[in-house]
Design a protein around this ligand. Structure first.
Ligand code: MEV
Length: 310
């Protein structure tokens, strides 16, 4: 039996627009997916456990096995996760990375993180159609990264943003399952229908992301919060929000958050809020719970090294 782990993520800035080559900032969180890979000669095909015992998860796994050149199919993938699915927290990317790492460890392939990232991208393609690659990249490398999609996977730019402090982030969950593929397509339609505005939004997003990188480096959380608000209003404009996400963002801001935005594809799923301090974080969580929404406090920060280790 060999194990593999993949981490969940939040996109701090730039989701959706990252698909079209704009930069985005993403951070890994402490929610994760664990996979135990067990060789079972009684199986004639691969099998995944529990909620992952479905055709989509099998297809994702087969894409990763094929990418890694593994023909063996008498394999049982025992999957455990605490990442809510279809919630904007990168559950499918975490699954793909955990599967790729478990295969690597089982078959002693000696893969680098770059290979894991590439194999898990194949899984993401099955899950979402035309993913930017940001989710599987941060699920592989962890920490905070600035990601820019290139023409080909090999051309993607990954810059670690190293900060020597950690930031508390509240994740509020609308409880509505988002469908990444559908929301990505409807945002694309909005952008295609509004080419002039799309162009200026792209310019604004680029500026937001670059200013956010500086704000993170300078520990300017007030600025970071206002950039989150700006980013959210653009995501709302292109149709990625919904009334529950709006309610959660407004509630967080009224309770004193420095910033709030939807996270991931939107259309449901989760939002994130940047609290003023610890006390404020607890107050915001309480407000969410009073409204009947689930909320957790997570931490981001720490270092990423883009290395060849696995
Ligand atoms: C989903 O977590 C992020 C999106 O930008 C899709 C992608 O980057 O592939 C909405």
């Amino acid at each position: 039996m060999s194990k593999g782990i993949g981490y969940g993520k939040i996109i701090l800035f730039g989701e959706h627009f990252v698909i079209y080559g704009l930069p985005a900032i993403a951070a890994s969180i402490d929610l994760k997916t664990d996979v135990d890979l067990i060789f079972d000669p009684s199986l004639t095909d691969i099998k995944l456990s529990g909620v992952f015992n479905n055709e989509k998860a099998k297809e994702i796994t087969n894409a990763i096995l094929n990418n890694l050149g593994i023909k063996e199919r008498s394999l049982f993938f025992n999957v455990k996760t605490n990442i809510p699915v279809a919630s904007g927290l990168g559950s499918s990317a975490a699954l793909s990375v955990a599967i790729a790492r478990a295969i690597n460890n089982t078959f002693m392939l000696g893969l680098s993180d770059k290979d894991i990232c590439k194999a898990s991208y194949e899984g993401e393609k099955v899950a979402h159609g035309n993913p930017s690659g940001v989710d599987n990249t941060v699920a592989t490398y962890r920490g905070i990264i600035l990601f820019e999609r290139g023409e080909r996977f090999e051309d993607n730019k990954i810059d670690p943003i190293t900060i020597d402090y950690s930031i508390d982030i509240i994740i509020g969950n609308t409880g509505i399952k988002g469908n990444t593929k559908e929301v990505v397509m409807s945002v694309k339609k909005w952008l295609d229908d509004n080419p002039e505005r799309a162009k200026s939004i792209f310019d604004e997003v680029k500026e937001i992301v670059l200013e956010a990188k500086e704000s993170l480096k300078n520990k300017n959380l007030i600025k970071l919060g206002s950039l989150m608000n700006k980013n959210h209003s653009l995501l709302k404009e292109v149709g990625a929000s919904c009334k529950e996400l709006e309610l959660l963002c407004e509630t967080a801001l009224e309770a004193g958050a420095l910033g709030a935005k939807l996270v991931g594809s939107g259309g449901g799923g989760c939002m994130i809020a940047l609290p003023k301090d610890k006390k404020n974080a607890n107050e915001i969580v309480e407000c969410f719970k009073e409204l009947g929404f689930e909320a957790i406090i997570t931490k981001i920060g720490g270092n990423v090294e883009i290395s060849s280790s696995n």
